[in-house]
Design a protein around this ligand. Structure first.
Ligand SMILES: Cc1ncc(COP(=O)(O)O)c(C=O)c1O
Length: 366
């Protein structure tokens, strides 16, 4: 078969997304029984117990198709957020929503702006749809909103803005984001990816839904249940946007991309304020531990508004990643993000974080 004749031409420049190494994969490669995975920004505290219970209870219904419109979770989300259910679209994780949105709106030749260092899936879907990626510059490791504005032109269709940003963990000052959003011309849709927003505390947190409610119809807010609610393995995400845009996305998206298990677990998770609170508290406490330890080691890092930290190891990150792996710790080398010396480490439970630092101390003295 001549693949180059068959393949969608948009796929030719796509860099393969390399997910965090799984525990099983690392165990099979290295034969180490006890591995700790701090590589994919999963919730270190598990999932809400009521979500887990609901899945067990639904086990005898999995032969039935789910509600293709995910009505119940959309109504509950709408109520909690103060928007209309018709302004919410659901998907197979936030990734699924990004794909659904991309398929619904990107035409060949459209310019799609995103920061040079950010979540790579924006570029993948842009290329699949034969859009033209336009990279905005970083200012140090922060997203430069002024440079995004400079890049907006007649052919711009979308701007992807990840706040807090992955892989940096940095959140932009809310007033700056608000001013930026107000300055974006109407013909440009801004996708504000808030996969980590629940880890962003106090004054650093933008009221994006308030901006949408106040009438910014070219804003599309993206949220994930993988992080704060610990449902990464189930896959549930949603987007908030103009009702006409949501209807367009729903027209093309796979009808059953949210399973009955995912929807019910999400409904339960949404009610479990206690789990959310303890996750945020636990994560904040562990972040303080990270900062203390990193300061002692004299390593540079970015203060995080998420459940992970980007660390400058001052050495080849791929080598640090390999050496940590041999010690039973899986992190993420940020080479994928063109950061040759940085690793991205998910905040784990305290004992896991202690083991990470023991291993890191050993690796850095080699
Ligand atoms: C910034 C960002 N957006 C979206 C996603 C996708 O989340 P989901 O697991 O809901 O597909 C991730 C996952 O890591 C992410 O980091």
């Amino acid at each position: 078969m001549n693949l180059s004749r068959i393949a969608n031409k948009g796929t030719s420049a796509i860099k393969k997304y390399i997910p965090g190494k799984s525990v099983k994969e690392a165990q099979a490669e290295l034969g180490i029984a006890e591995m700790i995975k701090l590589a994919s920004n999963e919730n270190a505290f598990g999932a809400a117990p009521s979500s887990v219970r609901s899945i067990r209870e639904l086990a005898d219904q999995i032969h039935v198709y789910p509600d293709s419109q995910s009505r119940e979770i959309r109504f509950r989300l709408a109520e909690q957020l103060g928007v209309q259910a018709a302004e919410i679209t659901t998907g197979n994780g936030a990734d699924g929503v990004i794909y659904n949105l991309g398929m619904a709106v990107i035409d060949q030749g459209d310019e799609i702006i995103f920061p040079r260092i950010t979540f790579p899936i924006y570029e993948t879907i842009s290329r699949v749809m034969r859009g033209i990626p336009v990279y905005s510059q970083m200012s140090d490791l922060h997203i430069d909103l002024a440079d995004i504005s400079r890049n907006i032109g007649e052919r711009t269709k979308l701007v992807f803005l990840c706040n807090p940003n992955n892989p940096t963990g940095d959140a932009l000052p809310p007033e700056e984001v608000k001013a930026f959003l107000q300055s974006v011309p109407d013909h440009v849709l801004v996708v504000l990816d808030e996969a980590y927003i629940d880890f962003t505390e106090g004054e650093s947190r933008l009221d994006s839904v308030g901006i949408f409610r106040d009438g910014m119809s070219n804003l599309f807010i993206l949220r994930s249940f993988s992080k704060i609610y610990g449902l990464a393995g189930l896959r549930f995400g949603y987007g908030i946007g103009d009702a006409d845009l949501v209807a367009l996305i729903n027209l093309i998206k796979p009808p059953f991309d949210v399973s009955i298990l995912a929807e019910q677990a999400a409904i339960e998770a949404l009610e479990d304020r206690e789990f959310v609170h303890s996750t945020v508290e636990g994560c904040s406490e562990e972040k303080r531990y990270f900062y203390e330890q990193l300061d002692k080691l004299g390593l540079q890092y970015i203060r995080s508004h998420t459940n992970f930290i980007l660390i400058d190891t001052g050495q080849d990150a791929q080598e640090v990643f390999q050496a940590l792996l041999l010690q039973g710790i899986i992190v993420r080398a940020a080479t994928l993000y063109s950061l040759p010396n940085h690793i991205r480490v998910t905040i784990g439970q305290h004992a896991q974080n202690e083991r990470f630092f023991e291993a890191l101390r050993e690796v850095l003295t080699i």
